[in-house]
Design a protein around this ligand. Structure first.
Ligand code: ADP
Ligand code: MG
Length: 279
């Protein structure tokens, strides 16, 4: 009896390792000051995103998605609240330190690709490494381009690439510094559905095979169904946050009526019944 008791108390039970939040924001607000007016765009947002998650952020135009993404990407500071990025409290860092954190931890992908017009794919992807003073640049850039299926397009200019391929160059550029996460603001917004699928395939592959954390904004419920979690924003607040039961595999299913199904699920949260808000 005693023996059993002793054993029980001396044996150390290994605690399961707590999952690590890459993003941990607590009661974030953001107010824009415009002369006499001030506009509170984010009204107290708390959100945790863990390593390896693939999250889409949805919400009507003007609901604060880009404002939130800019804060998550350390491009902008919240008016109040806390932000721990990969364990570091970044809400109080100055611009210089913040820029360093940004360069090391975050890869950005934009709706409009933001590629340099007269620069080859390889050079575009090398640039973040140049800024970071990293060595072995061309090899790393080549590997990043290969990982997005553009190993045969190293010397191409943006004008010689399709929209989907250009966005893949931008993804390779985001990846090349081996960031803790990729943030993308409507990355498929300027693409036709085939190129959109191409880009989703890359994101899913990066998330699945390399465990890269991905957060992106989309208006498209069908695209959102390819991610693992959907966070819905409305008027600067999170109104829904749900796991996608069975995320779709990009390119495997044709766009069916399930998109409408999801729209149905989120309709109330997304549109709030006010139809006039979206067109
Ligand atoms: N720099 C800014 N100064 C003033 N108002 C802004 C600024 N950026 C965005 N806003 C306003 O904040 C609101 C939310 O914008 P935004 O975050 O871009 O929304 P979304 O990306 O969801 O469309 C809008 O009303 C927009 O006009
Ligand atoms: Mg926006």
């Amino acid at each position: 009896m005693f023996k059993w008791f002793n054993r029980k108390t001396t044996e150390s039970v290994a605690e399961p390792e707590a999952p690590k939040a890459v993003i941990d924001i607590r009661d974030i607000t953001r107010t824009y000051e415009m002369g006499e007016f001030s506009l509170q765009v984010l009204k107290g947002i708390s959100l945790q995103i863990f390593k390896g998650e693939f999250v889409s952020i949805m919400g009507p135009s003007g609901s604060g998605k880009s404002t939130l993404m800019n804060i998550l990407g350390a491009l902008d500071q919240p008016t109040s609240g806390e932000y721990f990025l990969d364990g570091v409290d970044v809400s109080k860092l100055g611009e210089t330190t913040l820029a360093g954190v940004r360069n090391k931890k975050i890869g950005f992908v934009f709706q409009s690709f933001n590629l340099l017009r007269r620069t080859t794919a390889l050079r575009q992807v090398e640039l973040p490494l140049v800024y970071g003073g990293v060595s072995g640049r061309s090899q790393k850039a080549k590997a990043a381009l290969e990982s997005v299926g553009l190993g045969q397009r190293l010397d191409h200019l943006p004008s010689e690439l399709s929209g989907g391929q250009q966005q893949r160059v931008a993804i390779a550029r985001a990846l090349v510094n081996e960031p803790a996460m990729i943030l993308a603001d409507e990355p498929t917004g300027n693409l036709d559905s085939r190129s959109g699928t191409e880009v989703m395939q890359i994101f899913q592959q990066l998330n699945r095979d390399q465990g890269i954390t991905i957060v992106f904004v989309t208006h498209d419920p069908w695209i959102a169904r390819h991610t693992k979690r959907v966070v819905m924003l409305r008027d600067g607040k999170i109104v829904a946050d749900r796991h996608v039961a069975a995320p779709l595999v990009a390119g495997e299913t044709e766009r069916p009526s399930e998109a409408e199904e999801l729209e149905g699920v989120f309709k109330e949260a997304y549109y709030g019944g006010a139809k006039a808000e979206y067109t």
